[in-house]
Design a protein around this ligand. Sequence first.
Ligand SMILES: [Fe+2]
Length: 395
Amino acid sequence: MNWLNAALLFAIYAGHCELMAWWCNRTHGLTLRHRTTTKIRAVHDLIVLGAAPGLLFGFGLFGYRLMRGGEWAAVPWGWKAYFGLCGVGVVSLLLCIARHLFRPLPAGAKRSSRRIDVTADLGFKPIGAGKRRAQAALPGNAQYTIEAVELELTLPALPPGWDGVTIGHVSDTHFQGEVALPFFERAFEEMAAWNCDLYVFTGDLLDRPRRIDWVEPTFGLLPKTNPEFGCRFILGNHDWHYRVAPLRAAMAAAGWEDLSGRVETLRRGGDSLAIAGDESPWLNGPPDWSAAPPEAFRLLLAHTPDLFRRAKANAVDLMLAGHNHGGQIAFPLIGPIYAPSKHGVRHAGGTYREGSLLMHVSRGLSGKTPVRYGAMPEITRITLRNDSRALEEDG
Ligand SMILES: [Fe+2]
């Protein structure tokens, strides 16, 4: 047995899988309908699963017999060229792993969190009806443990009047049925108890239109806490597959203000904060920032973090997004592999600095596929801090 060639074939397979994941992630970041992305995933699965026996039997044990004394010279140049490309895939995979393992929290961000075991709190696992019920019931599915994240963000551009303001951020509820209503009620009760000054939702409300009646018992809880700056929402790419007017109407009836494609200026102690919503590339956006006072702090709600470059170009100070669900499955050491983004898993979930822009990407509460491992659902409480306060505390 030639173990070196066995290791090389394994590395080629790993690189091949990374290239396929690269292609799958980028196409899922585009404005494609579900039937198209379903076909792409089927082709991806076939190529990934088929390559393992192809390499093992066609190149390793039989065919070119590379694991049993065969020579690479016998392998056609076309295959060698593709295997070389797989080498690029291996480098990309190693960089992703390094970023996952060693990415520090950005300067100016402090983070703490606690876990809410919804199953223990309720006394039962909140699994409802639907064709994905078996997925929702998978052993060890992290779907039913919420991470309540507390973030303190020190932002140089934040006016003093906004120091200490709290934002409750929730994303990607994907109301569908398999993850039952009590799970979401528990999450929103927790958020209501935070008594934030502003609540925001960054899209993907539902995956089954009849679940629109879940909006009032969940989202409806937060306006009742009388937040000083209200509750604002945008919609996401899953909402784009349905008639959005009833979704917007349901959110409005629950006390939430539609921020899609527009800018609003909020004032506190004489200081301004401009908040905008961008549902690009699926629904309303981009917002016209010229409507904001030039001195205002800029806060953007976007569904996809892929809009970070546009946010930077518009001098946005803080961007809140969702969409990538933390990859939904994050492997130990390796981290997540799949995220529907033009940037792959770069912004799968967490807090990032991109130049002057600080961005938090929530893993959201659920997904069309109700399966999570290593990527718990998330609700986030963000406290804004200005520089002077941070300097005082440091001093
Ligand atoms: Fe989503």
